[in-house]
Write a protein that binds this ligand. Structure first.
Ligand SMILES: C[S@@+](CC[C@H](N)C(=O)[O-])C[C@H]1O[C@@H](n2cnc3c(N)ncnc32)[C@H](O)[C@@H]1O
Length: 456
């Protein structure tokens, strides 16, 4: 059965890191049972409709207050930023939103193999960096902390590597910081994750772990490896629509009946500068075809911060997300309990995310410094396949129950497959859907490090 699954998957690449993956596969660690849930790709997008909540939530009152105070609409970018990360009532701030019980599921929650494979990538880069004795390993937006826990557990045999690490988690949500503290089995500083400013604890794996609200707050001066998995897709996007008077920004306003509605800006807005920049990086024919363009100024700024850090301290960054290698037209979506909902419907109760524009990240990185090289994007399937995930799944399956083996097979498909799993015999609504081609991996590394695996 496993062979059949492997054959059916896209990613039957020869691993580029045989020494590491063999050692990795030699003693499989405990397998984790995984909750299977609906993937973002094939969900039905309901038609726009207006929604009238019976009573306004704290966040809705806050949004309406900003619009009233300003005397006019706010940009979609500001709306998204408030909805997701408003310090009091933002979507991520006060709860766990992941998994079958939550709103969506991410790759680290699908299978332990994801964090383990990212761990292989990090170890390979560390080797290319000359095995430094001290390294800052930074994760942006760690969610439940599952990726980092799987990475550290998987790498625990590599003493020299693990002992070199100081883990820094960049997380705006106090509730998720607390969950990360628990999942990394941190000891010491019992209240470490209560404070959103820097706090430090020690993980079960003896690695020091510190929390920060932003990347800028992570101390510099040490070689650095940065992981951003499904972080860029949560950064606020601005949308522009072509009108007879030119490109107009899509804004959020309050209608007469007190519901939210979209309006177009009457004149250029501050984000128009980013639109112009994005258009400059694209071919004129590509832009001419579009009536709407989405840009993510925060992604451009974050890329610049990452590049400055890697240029001065050495190391590299791995960005994995769903997206395209070109201009994005209109991808912003809201998901509640695994279903698409209207973007303006009861803000704060659904996740908002947008496709990542990998081309824009590449241009921002190249513009920020000549010290770094950008590699990819390649598909998640190519990335995980080349790092040896098929050998890892085979090794794990040899040492687990049939139920765990089934969970590993479906998890494997979800990570590297494309479309619905053809081997599935369970209920239609639970069919695993592959994330292998929609999700992409890009690396930005200091050019002194050479080309990272598996981007050669
Ligand atoms: C889509 S989730 C991805 C979680 C995790 N990487 C995973 O794959 O399971 C986004 C994560 O980034 C965090 N986050 C979103 N915007 C942030 C911001 N502006 N600053 C810091 N953390 C942020 C969220 O709280 C959450 O942990």
């Amino acid at each position: 059965m496993l062979r059949k699954v492997l054959r059916q998957c896209y990613a039957l690449h020869r691993p580029t890191v045989p020494r590491l993956y063999r050692r990795f596969c030699s003693s499989p660690s405990e397998t984790t049972a995984t909750a299977i849930s609906i993937d973002r790709s094939t969900l039905y997008n309901p038609p726009e409709h207006s929604h009238h909540p019976t009573s306004d939530s704290e966040l809705v009152k806050h949004l309406k207050g900003i619009i009233k105070f300003r005397g006019g609409p706010i940009s979609l970018g500001e709306y998204m930023s408030e909805v997701l990360t408003n310090p009091k009532a933002g979507y991520y701030i006060n709860r766990d939103v992941f998994g079958a019980e939550g709103d969506f599921i991410t790759s680290p929650e699908v299978s332990q193999m994801f964090g383990e494979m990212v761990g292989v990538w990090v170890m390979c880069l560390w080797e290319q960096m000359g095995q430094p004795q001290r390294v800052n390993l930074i994760e942006l937006g760690p969610g439940r902390g599952t990726l980092m826990a799987d990475l550290l557990r998987g790498a625990s045999k590599f003493k020299k590597f693990v002992e070199s690490l100081h883990v820094h988690l960049v997380e705006c949500s106090p509730a998720l910081q607390k969950l990360q503290h628990q999942n990394l089995k941190c000891v010491g500083e019992e209240n470490a994750a209560q404070d959103t400013d820097k706090t430090t604890a020690r993980s079960l794996f003896v690695t020091p772990v510190s929390w920060h609200a932003t990347l800028e707050q992570v101390p510099s001066g040490l070689p650095t490896i940065i992981i951003a998995h499904e972080f860029f897709d949560a950064l606020p996007v601005h949308q522009f629509q072509k009108a007879s008077r030119g490109w107009c920004e899509k804004m959020v306003d309050v209608a007469e009946d007190s519901s939210f509605r979209f309006v177009l800006s009457p004149q250029p807005t501050p984000a128009t500068l980013y639109l112009l920049k994005r258009c400059k990086w694209a071919a004129a024919e590509e832009i001419a075809k579009l009536n709407q363009i989405e840009v993510c100024p925060k992604a451009m700024e974050l890329t610049q911060t990452i590049v400055e850090r890697i240029s001065s301290d050495g190391g590299g960054a791995l960005i994995i997300d769903y997206g395209l290698d070109g201009v994005i037209s209109d991808s912003l979506q809201a998901i509640r309990q695994h279903k698409f909902v209207n973007l303006l419907d009861n803000p704060g109760s659904a996740d908002l995310s947008a496709y990542v524009d990998f081309a824009s990240i590449r241009h921002s990185a190249e513009e920020a410094s000549g010290e770094v090289c950008v590699h990819g994007p390649i598909t998640q399937s190519q990335f995980l396949g080349s790092l040896g995930i098929n050998f890892r799944v085979e090794a794990l399956i040899q040492n687990c129950t049939e139920e765990q083996a089934e969970s590993l097979r479906t998890g494997y498909w979800r990570l590297v497959g494309d479309g619905e799993a053809p081997f599935w015999e369970g209920p239609d609504e639970a069919v695993p859907i592959g994330m292998g081609t929609r999700y992409k991996a890009m690396a930005i590394v200091n050019h002194k490090q050479g080309v990272p695996v598996p981007f050669q």
